[in-house]
Ligand binder design. Structure first.
Ligand SMILES: NC(=O)c1ccc[n+]([C@@H]2O[C@H](COP(=O)([O-])OP(=O)(O)OC[C@H]3O[C@@H](n4cnc5c(N)ncnc54)[C@H](OP(=O)(O)O)[C@@H]3O)[C@@H](O)[C@H]2O)c1
Length: 260
C-alpha cells in the first residue's frame, strides 16, 4: 500500500509517472524506492548492469505491487537516445510523464593538464550534453505541472583543484535548468537542481583515495559523508509539496563547501 496519506491531495504523486535515469542503484535507486513508496509508477533507466536492474525491479515490485515499474536500458549520449527514452516511457504510460529526474554523471579527478581530449569528451557527454537533452526532451514531453530535477554537485560552489573537468562540465546545467524553469512556466513545469556533497556511493568510493574520503568527513556536519538518505527527502519534497520552488539549485552537503 502506498504511504502518501501525510501529503495533501494536491501534493500526492500516487498514480503519477516518474522517469529516473540511472534509476536502479545509488541515488537514483533510492529515489525510485521513495517515489514507489508514495505510489508513483516508475520508468527506470539503467545503462550497464541488466541483472542488477532486474533484481532491483523485482524487489520493488514485491514491496509495492500496486506500482507499475518499467525498465529501460541504454546509453543516453545524444538527443536521439533521449527522444527514445521519453517516447518509450510514453508508450508504456499513455497518460504521460509527470516527473523527470536525471542522475547521469561522471567524475574524473585530475589536474587539467592531465585530462585527455577523450576524457574531456566523456565528461562533457555525461555531465553536459545528456543534462541538456534530458531537459529539452522533458520540456517537450512532460505533462502540465510536471517536475524536472537534475542532479548537480556541491563542487559547483567550491573553489578547488583537481575537479576542473567535472565542475566545468556540470556547470552549464545551472543555466539549462534555470532557462527551462522560465520557458516552461506556461505549462506549470518546475525545473530544479539538487547538488549533493561528497556522497557515499560507488561513484565517490571508486574515484577517491581513502585519504580524500577521510578529509571530506572532516569538513561537514557530524564528521561524515553525505548519505543518499540526506538527498532523497529533498527530491521527495520538490516533487510533492515543493512545487513553488523552481529555477533553484539546492546544495545539500552538511556545510562541505563552506570554509572551516
Ligand atoms: N557520489 C557523489 O559523491 C556525488 C556527489 C555529488 C553529485 N553526484 C552526482 O549524483 C549523480 C548520481 O551519482 P551516484 O553517486 O548515485 O552514482 P551512480 O549510480 O554511478 O550514478 C551515475 C549514473 O550515470 C549513469 N551513466 C553514466 N554514463 C551514462 C551514459 N552515457 N548514458 C546513460 N547513463 C549513464 C551510470 O550508469 P552505469 O553505472 O550503468 O554506467 C549511473 O547510473 C551523478 O550525476 C553525480 O554526478 C554524486
Amino acid at each position: 500500500m502506498s504511504e502518501s496519506s501525510f501529503l495533501a491531495p494536491q501534493h500526492q504523486i500516487k498514480g503519477q509517472v516518474a522517469i529516473i535515469t540511472g534509476g536502479t542503484k545509488n541515488l537514483g535507486g533510492e529515489t525510485a524506492k521513495e517515489l514507489a513508496r508514495l505510489g508513483s509508477n516508475l520508468f527506470l533507466h539503467y545503462r550497464s548492469d541488466q541483472k542488477q536492474a532486474e533484481d532491483f525491479k523485482q524487489e520493488l515490485n514485491k514491496k509495492y505491487p500496486e506500482v507499475t515499474i518499467e525498465l529501460y536500458q541504454g546509453d543516453l549520449s545524444d538527443d536521439e537516445s533521449l527522444k527514445k527514452l521519453y517516447s518509450e516511457a510514453k508508450s508504456k504510460f499513455p497518460k504521460g510523464i509527470d516527473i523527470a529526474i536525471n542522475n547521469v554523471g561522471q567524475v574524473i579527478k585530475k589536474p587539467i593538464i592531465e585530462i585527455s581530449e577523450q576524457e574531456f569528451d566523456s565528461l562533457d557527454d555525461k555531465n553536459n550534453k545528456i543534462a541538456f537533452f534530458f531537459i529539452k526532451n522533458a520540456g517537450l514531453n512532460l505533462n502540465n505541472n510536471g517536475r524536472i530535477i537534475s542532479i548537480g554537485t556541491s563542487l559547483l560552489a567550491a573553489y578547488t583543484e583537481l575537479y576542473g573537468g567535472y565542475q566545468g562540465t556540470k556547470a552549464p546545467l545551472e543555466f539549462y535548468s534555470k532557462a527551462a524553469s522560465k520557458e516552461l512556466l506556461p505549462k506549470g513545469i518546475t525545473s530544479n537542481i539538487v547538488s549533493p556533497g561528497p556522497m557515499e556511493t560507488s561513484f565517490l568510493l571508486n574515484s577517491e583515495p581513502k585519504q580524500a574520503v577521510e578529509y571530506f568527513k572532516t569538513v561537514a556536519l557530524h564528521q561524515r559523508l553525505t548519505q543518499v538518505s540526506d538527498i532523497v527527502p529533498i527530491i521527495r519534497f520538490l516533487v510533492t509539496e515543493g512545487t513553488w520552488i523552481t529555477g533553484q539549485n539546492i546544495f545539500a552537503n552538511g556545510g562541505f563547501t563552506s570554509p572551516k
